[in-house]
Design a binder for this molecule. Structure first.
Ligand SMILES: [Mg+2]
Length: 163
């Protein structure tokens, strides 16, 4: 069994698009700290309500679990506890049997779990670079199939064929 870590924003839910659009509307400066503060105070309830699931993600994850070849985890960066709370609630409405690991935004995903030989599916190339450097296998999720140097998928159940 391979350990498989799946990102949430931009992979399961298009919440990142929605929140960046909100940041644009509020004319937030494009530096890290301004964004961090914006996300800290963001109304995640509203964001998740306005966001939608990407390419049947929850069903795909259920299929992956059912194929019994992976230990599946959802590994998601969060800026606030409220964000973690709402994401867990939402995921639990769809998936009963998956471990959810919220990671404080300022901590690398590689510092939260054992990376060696584990797979990370993420839309953010920097997360994948760190993951690979730490001994893991990175797979980029991108609807335009632009891998940025990594194997790429645009629907999560493609993982079953890939590994
Ligand atoms: Mg993401």
């Amino acid at each position: 069994m391979k350990n498989l870590y799946i990102d949430f924003d931009g992979v399961i839910y298009n919440s990142i698009e929605v929140s960046y659009k909100m940041a644009e509307e509020e004319k937030i400066n494009r530096d890290y700290e301004s964004y961090y503060q914006f996300f800290k105070n963001l109304d995640w309830c509203g964001v998740l309500e306005e966001s939608t699931e990407i390419n049947d993600a929850f069903n795909c994850i259920q299929k992956i679990i059912d194929c019994s070849r992976f230990n599946v985890f959802i590994l998601t960066h969060v800026v606030s506890l409220k964000e973690a709370e709402l994401k867990v609630k939402l995921i639990r409405e769809h998936l009963e049997d998956v471990t959810i690991i919220p990671v404080p935004k300022k901590i690398s995903k590689t510092k939260m779990v054992k990376v060696k030989d584990a797979i990370l599916v993420d839309d953010y190339p920097e997360n994948l670079r760190e993951w690979k450097e730490a001994g893991g296998i990175g797979v980029r999720f991108d609807l335009d199939m632009d891998g940025k140097g990594f194997p790429v998928i645009c629907k999560l159940d493609e993982l079953i064929e890939m590994f």
